[in-house]
Ligand binder design. Structure first.
Ligand code: NDP
Ligand code: 8X3
Length: 254
């Protein structure tokens, strides 16, 4: 396995859920992280928790390409040798049927999960290539593989992420850059609170009576994939809660 002390991980969406858990996992193993996200108070609390020498923070909206470019150009020397990009920032908004969904919600998901993700990866790739290699980890979803009612644009953004991750591998042949798409299912984070726009009761119902995965479960799978020897590329990891399975086809009988 690779020496975990060598990790310098650029994380989008480190203020909550998988991103925050991954930051903790890498620092616990001896690595360093660049934690980004929009909520600066949370970034600063994470930096205080993990240590200023281990965690550099950048308040950042991944939809803002200029801000991303400026932030990456200003990363201080101890954190400059990024060798893992965890393109994790993303969200689902709403669960309405397609004909009733809010177009602004759809646009926000596309801007964040698709445009934000590709510009993060694109801007960080040249540096990793110049330094001799690295690892891109994208946050897809089981929703990118299996469609479900009300999931339309969210699911489609995750299908995009899955295919983007596979496709860039072809361009990165010979560059020593690995690419892994993580595809989690039911995991309790702030994901559903965001999807239901702050309605905690509705969000709680998603996990009621079941045993969802945790952010730490997903962080462990990310850490594992990046810790394997450099000649091993895990293309994707799909995880579901044991209490979650795939349903039958939905056949309408008129
Ligand atoms: P959380 O809501 O707990 O965390 C989402 C993170 O994304 C937050 O840190 C948030 O930070 C960040 N984020 C959202 N929008 C932006 C933006 N415009 N710019 C920068 N950061 C942003 O959810 P999860 O940890 O569960 O989700 C992480 C990823 O995993 C997402 O891509 C999600 O789609 C995916 N996923 C989640 C699953 C689940 O069931 N939980 C299952 C499968 C995939 P801030 O608001 O501070 O900007
Ligand atoms: C998050 C999992 O099933 O709510 O991507 O779409 S799901």
């Amino acid at each position: 396995l690779l020496d975990p002390g060598r990790f310098v991980v650029f994380i989008t969406g480190a203020t909550s859920g998988f991103g925050a858990a991954a930051a903790r996992r890498y620092v616990a193993a001896g690595g360093k992280v660049i934690a980004t996200g929009r909520r600066e108070d949370r970034l600063l609390a994470l930096r205080d928790e993990l240590g200023h020498d281990k965690c550099h923070t950048i308040p950042l909206d991944v939809r803002d390409r200029a801000a991303l470019e400026a932030a990456i150009a200003a990363i201080p020397e101890p954190f400059a040798g990024i060798n893992v990009v965890l393109a994790n920032a993303g969200l689902a908004l709403g669960l309405q049927p397609a004909a009733e969904a809010d177009l602004d919600d759809w646009q926000t998901m596309i801007d964040t999960n698709v445009s934000g993700l590709v510009q993060t990866v694109r801007l960080l790739l040249p540096g990793m290539i110049a330094r001799g290699g690295g690892h891109v980890v994208t946050l897809g979803s089981v929703a990118g593989e299996f469609a479900y009612p009300g999931g339309s644009v969210y699911a489609a953004t995750k299908a995009f992420v899955k295919h983007f991750a596979l496709a860039i591998r072809s361009d990165l042949q010979g560059k020593n850059i690995r690419v892994t798409d993580i595809q989690p299912g039911l995991t309790e984070t702030e994901f559903s609170v965001v999807r239901f726009k702050g309605d905690e009761a509705k969000a709680g119902n998603v996990y009621a009576g079941t045993k969802p995965m945790t952010a730490e479960d997903i962080a462990e799978s990310i850490f594992w994939a990046t810790s394997l020897p450099e000649h091993v590329n895990v293309n994707k990891i799909q995880l579901m809660a044991t209490t979650q399975a795939i349903g039958p086809f939905d056949i309408h009988r008129g």
